[in-house]
Design a protein around this ligand. Structure first.
Ligand SMILES: NC(=O)c1ccc[n+]([C@@H]2O[C@H](COP(=O)([O-])OP(=O)(O)OC[C@H]3O[C@@H](n4cnc5c(N)ncnc54)[C@H](OP(=O)(O)O)[C@@H]3O)[C@@H](O)[C@H]2O)c1
Length: 399
């Protein structure tokens, strides 16, 4: 099984074009009413002038900052990365400088450091995928104001300050970490389940790593679509969490045998699997598919820090697919940029209506937490790989 190459490059013209959606989607949804008029056409000129004036505040910025760079390829995050001092970058036209307050930890941070997403990447390069903070300085023609809270997806987010294309940032009403998980984790769940899993009301859906960053959204997305949801996890705290977000059947695989539960409770099989663990879990899911079942490969976290190439799919796979008229489907978020707008509207809408929660884990219960400061990213990645997190892991850079 191979991992798709990561083609997410914020400077790529296609990416910039596709992120115009941010303008349309988020502003009316997440900005408080009193600030919405800021986007009225007749106020644009005044805003541009204010922005130009305030961008001179860049002079008050520190000269130096800290960021995490990948110094060699490898999947042991703390061994292959280094926290270094670097000059605070200056935003060019159409760009903003974001002072990160929160950064998101993702399972694939170690795939990126290992060079699995971009085979042309040569160290040193910057680590991290997503951040939330406020605009500290703005270049010309951004239409954004210094001080505006924003969230974004961009390579190199593990930094105190990050230059981002203005079109790629999403304005927020406040610097609330709960907004951060929607972009990468929430969109992955929602788009994959609809477009690739083709979930329908009444389907039985199995979510693996259900209590994690993206799993939590997968569970809730399926419940909102009227599916029956089973979710795997490894602790009783996670079982309770899964019940609290509507999961019909949390399965603690440390206490119950996953295969035995599925055989006993789903004799006709599972219609859709959101599979992100790989290895034996993948095989068990394959062996419990329903006729016309869809097994979606979202990830394979069990192999990310060990021998990724060690996983071999069963030689029976083609026959099993044929006998059930089932299908094996891959999903990679960045191939679905065209759907970001529509699905972000739906996710934010559900959140606003109280039909979707966003749970973040900042390491408060961890022996190495809470995760405050960029130097705690290593601990946060280790925390994920010790399977302790509930919800999305976030590191707070400053209080
Ligand atoms: N395809 C895409 O575009 C895309 C986008 C985002 C994420 N993903 C994938 O989604 C999955 C979840 O990512 P995430 O960032 O949201 O992480 P996460 O779910 O917040 O955290 C990882 C969780 O995976 C579970 N897990 C099971 N086996 C594990 C193992 N051997 N080592 C470590 N953890 C294990 C653990 O939960 P339990 O102990 O409860 O099982 C752990 O808490 C990953 O496979 C990731 O690559 C894919």
């Amino acid at each position: 099984m191979t991992v798709c190459s990561w083609t997410f490059e914020p400077k790529h013209p296609e990416y910039q074009q596709r992120n115009v959606w941010v303008e349309e989607v988020y502003r009316p949804y997440v900005l408080p009413r009193r600030t919405r008029s800021w986007y009225n056409v007749d106020q644009c000129q005044a805003t541009e002038q204010r922005t130009a004036r305030e961008s001179t505040m860049a002079g008050q910025l520190p000269k130096m900052m800290r960021k995490i760079v990948v110094t060699q390829l490898g999947s042991n995050f703390s061994q292959v990365t280094k926290l270094i001092e670097a000059p605070v970058p200056v935003p060019g036209p159409g760009q903003v400088l974001v002072r990160n307050r929160y950064v998101g930890i993702n399972a694939s941070d170690v795939n990126y450091t290992a060079g699995r997403y971009d085979s042309s990447a040569r160290p040193p390069f910057d680590a991290g995928f997503e951040g939330l903070g406020h605009i500290a300085a703005a270049g010309e023609n951004t239409g954004l104001k210094v001080g505006q809270p924003v969230v974004y997806l961009s390579m190199g987010a593990f930094a105190e300050y990050k230059v981002v294309e203005a079109k790629a940032v999403v304005p927020l009403p406040e610097e609330n970490p709960q907004y951060l998980p929607f972009m990468l984790s929430g969109l992955t769940a929602a788009i994959s389940l609809d477009k690739v899993g083709e979930i329908k009301k009444g389907n039985k859906v199995l979510i693996t790593a259900a209590a994690g960053g993206t799993g939590q959204f997968a569970v809730q997305w399926c419940k909102n679509a009227g599916c029956e949801v089973l979710g795997t996890c490894s602790t009783e705290d996670k079982v309770q969490f899964l019940k609290s977000i509507g999961c019909d059947r949390p399965i603690n695989y440390k206490k119950e045998d996953l295969n035995a539960v599925l055989k006993a409770e789903c004799p006709n099989g599972i219609d859709v699997v959101y599979e992100s663990v790989g290895g034996e879990v993948f095989e068990t899911c394959l062996n419990n598919l329903a006729i016309n079942g869809r097994l979606m490969v979202i990830g394979a976290i069990s192999g990310y820090t060990t021998d990724y190439s060690g996983f071999k799919a069963s030689s029976m796979l083609p026959l099993k697919m044929l006998q059930l008229s089932a299908s094996l489907r891959g999903f990679f978020l960045m191939h679905y940029r065209r759907d970001f707008k529509e699905y972000m509207m739906q996710l934010v809408g559900l959140y606003k209506e109280g039909k979707m929660t966003s749970t973040v884990d900042m390491g408060d219960k961890s022996s190495t937490g809470p995760f405050v400061g960029l130097d705690r990213v290593n601990d946060a990645v280790e925390y994920m790989y010790s399977s302790q997190n509930i919800g999305k892991i976030i590191v707070q850079l400053y209080k």
